[in-house]
Design a protein around this ligand. Structure first.
Ligand code: ATP
Ligand code: MG
Length: 189
């Protein structure tokens, strides 16, 4: 089984998870994109975090499946930083399609959300990445809506719990505390 942390690009998943690690040193995070990029490297496919979504679908699907197989063996309940809905030029595709759900069997899906205007500003400010901000905050609102739809679908298929945590501006530590409490409580059930 696994625990998923998802949310729109720039919502603050990696930031909040890093804050969580500072509070609880035992936490280990598995960034799905790093595993997917490693798999691409093994297969000598040239790509990057910000361009990988443009690969042909069949290439993407096999990289994704191998990456999650790898993560599954990392621990009893890996904590995975990933996306539920990935925006391509031709529409959204699933970050956790059925074949992946069968591999990682999520017990809990945490959806990290924030005010779309804050996410837009975070994307613009973060020069370490080149996230698309096409469509502005209206598009981010759509991305957060679609994430909820994908989360509900995953929950229906796997019985996973879905928890929404808001990552308020300047309050990543508070979101991290809520995340830790939720994980602790779900692990004990
Ligand atoms: P991606 O899905 O693209 O990996 P992400 O959800 O992991 O994105 P982060 O990289 O964690 O997003 O955060 C994006 C930017 O927003 C970073 O510059 C980070 O410092 C900033 N940020 C994250 N959370 C907050 C917050 N609560 N308040 C202010 N800035 C934040
Ligand atoms: Mg991230």
């Amino acid at each position: 089984m696994s625990i998923i942390v998802a949310g729109a690009p720039g919502a603050g998943k990696t930031t909040v998870l890093n804050e969580a690690k500072k509070i609880d040193k035992k936490i280990r995070i598995h960034g799905a994109w790093e595993y997917i990029l490693d798999e691409a490297k093994k297969q000598k496919i040239k790509t990057s975090h910000d361009t990988i979504r443009k690969l042909p679908r069949e290439t993407w699907i096999q990289l994704q499946e191998r990456a999650f197989e790898e993560i599954k063996h990392k621990s009893e309940m890996p904590l995975i930083d990933t996306h539920l809905a990935i925006l391509s030029e031709n529409g959204y595709f699933p970050g956790l399609p059925e074949n992946v759900l069968k591999i990682i069997q999520p017990k809990l899906i945490i959806l990290l959300e924030a005010d779309p205007k804050d996410i837009l500003a975070r994307r613009k400010k973060d020069k370490t990445r080149q996230r698309s901000d096409f469509g502005g905050s209206t598009k981010i609102l759509e991305q957060q809506d679609i994430n909820r739809a994908y989360a509900a679908t995953c929950s229906n298929k796997t019985n996973a719990l879905v928890k929404i945590i808001v990552n308020r501006e300047g309050k990543a530590k508070e979101a991290a505390k809520e995340l830790i409490e939720t994980i602790k409580s779900v692990k004990n059930t």
